[in-house]
Design a protein around this ligand. Structure first.
Ligand code: HEM
Ligand SMILES: *[C@@H]1O[C@H](CO)[C@@H](O)[C@H](O)[C@H]1NC(C)=O
Ligand SMILES: *[C@@H]1O[C@H](CO)[C@@H](O)[C@H](O)[C@H]1NC(C)=O
Length: 333
C-alpha cells in the first residue's frame, strides 16, 4: 500500500482497483502485486533466490551482472524481458546493441532460473518478473538492502535494438545526456545518482574507460579530473591500444560489496567511468550535492536506491493479457 500514499485521488483509484481484482490477489494501480504468484507459484521467489545464490557463490561478480540486466531491460520498452530474446526470423536481438555487445552477461543464470520455474509451475512466471526478483536478490547477496517487489509483469513479443542503442547512455555521455536519458524514462537526477550507485559492485572493460586515460576530448590529453595515481594504475590495466576486454572494478575498494564506497571514490576523483565522475565534477546544483550526501551517509543512499529500483522496475509493465509468458526466455512463443 506504500504507493497509495501521496494524494487522496491516487489512494481512491488504487483501492478501487484493488477491489476490482479482488479474486486471488489485490493489484496495485499499475496492475502489479507482491502476492501475484501466491496461489499459482508460491515458491517462485524462493526458487529464483536459490539459483541466484548458487551463481553468486560460484562467482561474486554475477550479482553485478544480473543487477545491470534490469537496467538494460527496463530502459527499452519497459521491464518486459525484451533484452533476453535472441536473434531469430522475427527478432533483432538487443544483445547486439552497443551497450550490450561483449558486455551484458548472466543470461545463462536467467535460463537456469526459468527452467527450474517451468518444472515447478509451468507457463506461470514471466521472464520479466524473474529478472526483477534476481536483481533484488543480487543486491541482498552483495550485502545491500532488501525490499518488497511487485510482480505480474508479462513478457514482450518484440525487442528493440534501436531502443537499446538510443535509450541506454554510454560511459562517455555528458551529464546533460545522462540526465536527459533518465528523464525520458521518468527518472530524475536523484534516481540517476542513486541508481548509478549500482556501480558499487561489478567490473568494466578497458574499452569503456580508455578514452578518459588517453584522449578525453579528442586532443590527445587524458581527463585531468582523474586522480593521478589511480589514473596511472588504470593505464597499466588498459593500454592505449589492445586489451579491450581487460577488466577493472567500478568500485576499486570494495568491488563485490554493496555499500557507499562508490560515492566516496567519486568525491576523491577515483570514479572509473566518465559517466560516474561527471555526477560529481560537473554536477553542481544538479547531482554533486547528492553524491556528497551519499558519500557521507550510507543509509540515505541505500534508502533512495531501493526507491529508485522500485521505480525502475515499475516502468511500463505488460499486464493483464498484454504480452505473454514465455517458456524459454530467449524466444517468443
Ligand atoms: C547512468 C548511466 C550508466 C552508464 C553510462 C553505465 C555504463 C556502464 C558501463 C560502461 C559498464 C561496464 C560495461 C563493460 O565495460 O562491459 C557498466 C557496468 C555496470 N553497470 Fe552501469 N551504467 C549506468 C547506469 C547503471 C544503472 C542504472 C545500473 C543498475 C541499476 C547499472 C549497473 C551496472 C552494474 C552492476 C555493472 C557491472 C556489471 C558486471 O560486472 O557485469 N549501471 N555500466
Ligand atoms: C563516445 O565514444 C564514442 C565511441 O567510441 C565516440 O564515437 C563519441 O564521439 C564519444 N563521445 C564523446 C562525447 O566523447
Ligand atoms: C584523439 O581523438 C581524436 C578524435 O576523436 C582523433 O582525431 C585523434 O587522432 C586522437 N588522438 C590520439 C593521440 O589518439
Amino acid at each position: 500500500m506504500a504507493i497509495c500514499i501521496g494524494s487522496l485521488s491516487v489512494f481512491i483509484v488504487c483501492c478501487m482497483s484493488m477491489l476490482w481484482s479482488s479474486a486471488s490477489h489485490p493489484l496495485y494501480n499499475n496492475g502489479l502485486s507482491p502476492m501475484f504468484y501466491e496461489k499459482s507459484c508460491p515458491n517462485a521467489e524462493q526458487i529464483v533466490k536459490s539459483v541466484v545464490q548458487n551463481a553468486v557463490m560460484k562467482e561474486a561478480r554475477m550479482a553485478a551482472s544480473l543487477l545491470r540486466l534490469q537496467f538494460h531491460d527496463c530502459f527499452v520498452q519497459g521491464c518486459d524481458a525484451s533484452l533476453f530474446l535472441d536473434d531469430s526470423a522475427k527478432i533483432v536481438s538487443e544483445k547486439n546493441s552497443n551497450p550490450n555487445k561483449n558486455s551484458a552477461r548472466g543470461f545463462e543464470v536467467i535460463d537456469q532460473i526459468k527452467s527450474e520455474l517451468e518444472k515447478a509451475c509451468p507457463k506461470t512466471v514471466s521472464c520479466a518478473d524473474i529478472l526483477i526478483i534476481a536483481a533484488r536478490d543480487s543486491v541482498v547477496l552483495s550485502g545491500g538492502p532488501s525490499w518488497e517487489i511487485t510482480l505480474g509483469r508479462r513478457d514482450s513479443t518484440s525487442a528493440s535494438l534501436q531502443g537499446s542503442n538510443n535509450n541506454i547512455p554510454a560511459p562517455n555521455s555528458t551529464l546533460e545526456t545522462l540526465i536527459a536519458k533518465f528523464k525520458r524514462q521518468g527518472l530524475n537526477e536523484v534516481d540517476l545518482v542513486a541508481l548509478s550507485g549500482s556501480h558499487t559492485i561489478g567490473q568494466s572493460r578497458c574499452t569503456s574507460f580508455r578514452q578518459r586515460l588517453y584522449n578525453q576530448s579528442g586532443n590527445g590529453q587524458p581527463d585531468f579530473t582523474l586522480e593521478k595515481s589511480y589514473s596511472a594504475k588504470l593505464r597499466s590495466v588498459c593500454p592505449q591500444s589492445g586489451g579491450d576486454n581487460n577488466l577493472s572494478p567500478l568500485d576499486s575498494i570494495t568491488p563485490t560489496k554493496f555499500d557507499n564506497y562508490y560515492f566516496k571514490l567519486l568525491v576523491s576523483n577515483k570514479g572509473l567511468l566518465n559517466s560516474d565522475e561527471v555526477l560529481f565534477t560537473k554536477g553542481q546544483g544538479k547531482t554533486m550535492e547528492t553524491v556528497k550526501l551519499y558519500a557521507e551517509q550510507e543509509e540515505v543512499f541505500l534508502k533512495q536506491f531501493v526507491e529508485s529500483m522500485i521505480k525502475l522496475g515499475n516502468m511500463s509493465p505488460l499486464t493483464g493479457n498484454r504480452g505473454q509468458i514465455r517458456t524459454n526466455c530467449r524466444s517468443v512463443m
